[in-house]
Every structure is written in C-alpha cells, then in structure tokens.
Design a binder for this molecule. Structure first.
Ligand code: TLP
Length: 346
C-alpha cells in the first residue's frame, strides 16, 4: 500500500531517528521546579540564537501566543492584529477569555498590515475609551500562503508603536522559513519585537513544542501564566531533546520544502480552473483558488484522498497545501498527477 502524501500541514511530521535517539537519552528533571537540564538547555540555546535574555518552552504555539498576549496586556484593552492571522482566527477566543482583551482586526494585504493602517486604530488615551495594549504581527503569514512580512514594514510598526508606548508581539511560528527565504537571520527579523513565539513543531519537525522569547522580566511573568493555563510540564526534557535537534539541524533543510512548494505552485498555475500565482509562494505554504474547476474544497479534498493525498480547504473556494520534510519531490510529482486526473487534464 502506498504511503499517504500529507500536505494538510507541516505539523504532521514524525520525529526523525535522530530525534528519537535524543529523546531516549535525554536527561530530565521536574521543569515546574526549573530542574530539567534539557529544557533549560533548549531555552538557553533559543535565547542565544535569537539574541534575547530569556526563553520559555511551551507545549504549543497557541499557548505561546496567548501567554504573550496575557503578559503584555490588561483586562479591557484592545489588541491590533491582522484579520486572517492565527491569533485572531485559530486560537478560539482565548485572548478574550483568558486575557480579557478585545481584538481590533485590520484586513491586511497578503497578511501585511502597515503602520499607517495601525495608527488609525490606536485609541486616543481618553478615560472613556479602551486602550490599545498590544500590536501582533505574523511572519510567515499562514493563511496568506506562507508570505514573508516585509522587514522594513515590520521595523516601522515596532518603532512607531514603541514611540506610542505599545508593545509588539510576533507570531513567528514559521520564522525560520522567513529566515531561509530572505537570507536574513532570525535576530534581524525579530529584534525589534518585544516578544516572539516560534514553533519547533512546524517546519522544524519536532513532535511538540514552541518557545516564547523576550526580556527576563517578561519571561518570568509568562512562566506564571503558562502554569495558570496548565502548561507547567514535568520531566519534559524528553520533548525538549527532540526540539533541540529540530532547532540545531532543521533550519538548514527548509529550503527543500520551499523548492517543493514552488515546483507545485508552478504546476498548479498551468491547470485549468485553478488560480495560483507562483511568484507569491515564498516559503512552504500554498493557498490557491479552485472555484474555476466547478468543485468546492470539500469535494476536491475527497477526490485527492482517493489518490492518497491529504489536503484541506481553508474555505469553500481555497485549498491549502503545506510542504515539509516528510514530503519529497516524487510525492509532489504524484500530487500533480493526482490533481491532473481529478481535473481530467493530461
Ligand atoms: N497552525 C496550524 C493550524 O492551527 C492552522 C497549521 O496547520 O498551520 N501561529 C501560526 C502562524 C500557526 O500557523 C499555528 C498553527 C500556530 C500559531 C499555533 O500552533 P499550535 O498548533 O502549536 O498551537
């Protein structure tokens, strides 16, 4: 039986033999007492790589983002973010439930929101208006098809927001993809942000885990909220060990995922009824419009399934496909063939 080709997300990767080996050998301790040497090492390495004072290992990207929101804001404040972003759309209403803040979304262009757009949403500091407590950006932007946030725009947002006394958080779940695509270091991409969350469990391929980075003071506050959310883990060095392999070894492999995504995008662009601009594919995510094929995304996904290809729609008209290290070039060729046969094109 042929294997499934799983393009639903880069979260689906299984730990490599090297990760399993590292997990087996990991030294562990109770991380709530901050006594797990492998977790401590992972946090120190992450802080070092990003040029930060401190880092906190968290079970998921969602928890990392939500702890950041909580650490930066007070109840009754507003958070400015992009309308299609993860924090607003896929983390339930946790920012309101846990932090008591209200999102003020802005419709972006390919996931980008500029300072000019943000500044008009910052509320004047009048006692009868709620205050803006945080701005949050996403790089790469998932639903905009893995787009890289332009650095000059991000830097300007951070500089101007800081002048207004507002902190800026980065959902950098896939910041290493942005780094590989631009040739800029993660320090360069993230240094102006007050906090950064990145995931080990996306393109980097670890089974579990994300890190929140920031000042020592911010991370100490975040540690309290991690515990409050039920994210205080015990002998979790077994997971941090896999995360260390992901962090040290896997950024260098991401260019292959990007090349595979671009190859798939070029083939899709030529197919009748599919709207895909391959020049927009910068990293490992493709979002494309299939409405011209006469199918909706649920029937398209089901048809793909018959060819042992897994991919989901993000709405009735747009499919998302994500490349990762468990998808090889021949899997991409098979996927292209599967789509040709669904569309009955040669
Ligand atoms: N994204 C998942 C889904 O939730 C959509 C995926 O399959 O891509 N920030 C960004 C930009 C993300 O894409 C994700 C996960 C998260 C945060 C949350 O990470 P987890 O799943 O670890 O909570």
């Amino acid at each position: 039986m042929t294997e499934w080709i799983d393009l639903r997300s880069d979260t689906v990767t299984r730990p490599t033999p090297e990760m399993r080996e590292a997990m087996m050998k990991a030294e562990v301790g109770d991380d709530v007492y901050m006594e797990d040497p492998t977790v401590n090492h992972l946090q120190e390495r992450a802080a070092e790589i990003f040029g930060r004072e401190a880092a906190l290992f968290v079970p998921s990207g969602t928890m990392g983002n939500q702890i950041a929101v909580k650490s930066h804001t007070h109840h009754g404040q507003e958070v400015i973010l992009e309308e299609a972003g993860h924090i607003f759309n896929y983390e339930l209403a946790t920012m309101s439930a846990f932090s008591g803040v209200m999102p003020r979304p802005i419709a972006g262009h390919d996931g980008v929101i500029t300072w000019n757009e943000i500044k008009t949403r910052i509320r004047p500091k009048i006692y009868y208006l709620s205050h803006t407590g945080l701005v949050a950006l996403e790089n790469t932007h998932n639903m905009a098809g893995g787009s890289v946030f332009p650095q000059a725009v991000a830097d300007e947002v951070c500089d101007r927001a800081h002048e207004s006394g507002i902190p800026v958080h980065l959902d950098g779940a896939r910041i290493f993809n942005a780094s590989i695509a631009t040739g800029k270091s993660v320090v360069e991409l993230t240094q102006k942000f007050d906090s950064v969350m990145f995931c080990l469990s996306k393109g980097l391929g670890a089974p579990v885990g994300s890190l929140l980075l920031g000042s020592r003071e911010l991370i100490e506050r975040a540690r309290v909220y991690r515990k409050a959310m039920g994210g205080g883990m015990r002998q979790v060095g077994v997971l941090a060990a896999a995360g260390l392999v992901a962090l040290e070894k896997h950024p260098a492999k991401l260019h292959e995922d990007h090349a595979n995504a671009k190859h798939l995008a070029k083939a899709l662009a030529e197919m009748p009824g599919i709207q895909m601009d391959p020049s927009k594919v910068q990293t490992n995510i493709l979002v494309f419009d299939i409405s011209g094929t006469g199918q909706d995304t649920s029937s398209f996904s089901q048809a793909l399934r018959k060819h042992r290809v897994l991919a989901n729609g993000i709405n009735p008209t747009h499919m998302r496909m994500v490349t990762h290290y468990d998808v090889h070039r021949d899997d991409i060729e098979k996927t292209i063939q599967a789509i040709h046969s669904i569309l009955e094109t040669p």
